[in-house]
Design a protein around this ligand. Structure first.
Ligand code: SF4
Ligand code: SF4
Length: 220
């Protein structure tokens, strides 16, 4: 290579090195703008579409049948969700949840209380045993079982829950926190907790309908 050629090459390398930070900043700005735009577009679309809701399925027997039929599809949807922006998914899920939960009356369902064993904290055990006028030992013996995996964690042992009266919780004001926050759809991290929701798909009509709406909204 001639001396002139080598000098030119060195100059162009220096020029490139000088501009790399600028290129990085520009790429970063581009990424931020794209991200903001995608959030805004999803928000706008969703604002328009959130009210357009497919008919809800409330029949638990039908929901159980669909759960079997759609098992593979639901696993594929879970994988599909993992490739999406989790914050966007949370925004959509929260709006869907707000809409759907107003249309489903839990006092006409009670299926979670018929199917799950909620965790009960030490404070809740103390409070409930005192409300029911029994010692903690008797309360534990009568209603609780110890977790196999977590130390000092307790669950209600009976399915259906012993406190379920028809379709209503007889200890509503003192029910465990985990009962009050079920089906946990107001929390963030829907995508990372999708295994939990997949397991609850056949139990809770709110989760079933939200999952189906979400598939449709995301054109899955
Ligand atoms: S404590 Fe009440 S809300 Fe919780 S599972 Fe039992 S009946 Fe349902
Ligand atoms: S949370 Fe779900 S399963 Fe529980 S009562 Fe409400 S709709 Fe039914």
């Amino acid at each position: 290579m001639s001396i002139n050629g080598a000098i030119k090459k060195q100059r162009s390398r220096r020029h490139l090195q000088k501009n790399i930070p600028m290129l990085n900043i520009l790429s970063l700005i581009k990424i931020i703008i794209c991200r903001l735009l995608s959030i805004t577009i999803i928000n706008v679309i969703f604002q328009i579409e959130v009210n357009i809701i497919m008919p809800l399925e409330l029949n638990i027997e039908k929901i159980k049948r669909y759960a079997k039929q759609r098992e593979d599809e639901n696993w594929r949807f879970r994988t599909f969700l993992k490739g999406m922006d989790s914050e966007n998914i949370d925004q959509i899920v929260h709006k869907l949840y707000e809409t759907i939960r107003k249309k489903i009356d839990c006092t006409e369902c009670g299926n979670c209380c018929n199917s799950l064993k909620p965790a009960v904290s030490q404070n809740e055990i103390r409070n409930l045993s005192s409300q029911l006028g029994m010692s903690i030992e008797i309360f534990e013996k009568k209603y609780l079982e110890k977790s196999d995996v977590k130390n000092n964690a307790f669950y209600f042992k009976d399915i259906p829950c012993k406190f379920l009266d028809g379709k209503i919780c007889s200890i509503y004001n003192d029910r465990p926190e985990t009962c009050g926050s079920y089906p946990h759809l107001h929390k963030s991290g829907f995508t990372s907790r999708s295994f939990f929701f997949l397991n609850q798909y056949e139990i809770c009509p709110i989760i079933f309908n939200l999952y189906e709406q979400l598939k449709s909204k995301l054109n899955f």
